[in-house]
Ligand binder design. Sequence first.
Ligand code: NAD
Length: 340
Amino acid sequence: MRTLNAAIIGCGAIHICHVEALLHTPGAALRAIVDTQVEKGQTLAMAYGCHFYHDYREMLRDDAIDVVHICTPHYQHKAMILDALTAGKAVFCEKPVGMNSLEVAEIAQAVAATAGRLGVCYQNRYNPTSQAIREVLQSNALGKMLSVKAVLTWSRSGNYYSNSPWRGRFATEGGSLLINQAIHTLDLMQWFAGGVMRVKGVVDSGPLADTIENEDSAMATLAMYNGARGLFWASNNHTADSPLLLEIHCEKGLLQLRDNILWQITADTPVKLANDNPPTDNGKNYWGAGHQKAIAHFYQAVQNGDNNDYVDIQQAAKSLHLVEAIYRSSQLRQWINIPR
Ligand SMILES: NC(=O)c1ccc[n+]([C@@H]2O[C@H](COP(=O)([O-])OP(=O)(O)OC[C@H]3O[C@@H](n4cnc5c(N)ncnc54)[C@H](O)[C@@H]3O)[C@@H](O)[C@H]2O)c1
C-alpha cells in the first residue's frame, strides 16, 4: 500500500482531530500544515515534524502531497476545494462544504470536471450509536419510522466568537448555530430518514444577539420523504455542552439516544444497543469521536480507487440545503420544499 501524504490547511480548534486521526490511519502520513498565522504554524510544524507553509497555494505545488484537509473558516472552503482539485489533490473538507447551495453546485461541478475525490467531515455518522440506528432502521426490526426528534443544547460564549472573529458573521460563517453546530444533528436526522421533503422553521437570537449577527437558537418541523415527521430544537445558549438527545419513534418501539447511549425500548425491558463513551480519538465528547473513522474511510477509498464509502458532495449537500431551507422558512414564515 502506497503511503498517502497529507497537508492540513488551517491549524485552529479542529485541526488536532485530523492530526490525531492521521497518526492512526494506515497508509497516511502528515507531510505539511498551512496557516496564515506564521508563528503558530511554525511551532506546530516543529512539534509534528512536518513542513510549514503560510500560503496554501504554495503547498498545492508540492507534488508529494496527495490529500489536502481543509480546516479553515467556512467562507474559504469553496476556493480552497476548487484550487486543490485543480492541482490534482484528493480533498477532505470540514463541514459545511460551502456557504450555500450556489457554492455547493459549483463545487459539485468541479468534482465532476476534475474527476476528483472530495470527502466531507460528518464524523457523527460513524459514531457506534449512529451506525446502530441505521442498522435497526434498515433491518425494519421496529417497523416503519413515524417520527424523529432531536434536541441539541450547547454553550457558546462571547470568547468563542472573539477568539475567531470569522464566527458569528454572516459573510464568513454563513449563519451560525445551524450551519456550524447543529448541521451535524440535521445531517443525522435526514440520513436516518432518507431525506427531508419540506421544512418549516424559525431562527432567532437571544443572549448572543449583541455578539453575533446570526441565530443562536432554532426550531423546525420536518416532513421526511419516508412519511415520518421530524422535530428539531437547538440552542447555543445552554451553560454546558449536553449530549445530543435523539428519539426515533417507530411502529413497534422507540430508539432513544441519551447521554451518548442508544436504547431500544419496546414492550420488553429496554436494551442498550450501542455506546459512544468514551470518545475514541482526540475529539471533544460533544463533537462526537468519529474523525478517525471518517478519515480512515476516505483514505481507504483514495487508496483503492474503487469505492465511495464516505460522505461525498451529494451527501454533504443535503444538510446544507436543509440549513438553508430553515433560514428561508424563518424569513418567509412558510414551508420550504427541498428537492430530493
Ligand atoms: N467536525 C466538527 O465537529 C467540527 C468542530 C469544530 C469545527 N469544525 C469546522 O472546522 C473548520 C474550522 O473551524 P475551527 O473552529 O477550527 O476554526 P478556528 O478559527 O479555530 O481555526 C481556523 C484556522 O484557520 C487558519 N486560517 C484562516 N485562513 C487561512 C488561510 N487562508 N490559509 C491557512 N490557514 C488559514 C486560522 O489562522 C486558524 O488557525 C470550520 O469549517 C468548522 O465548522 C468542525
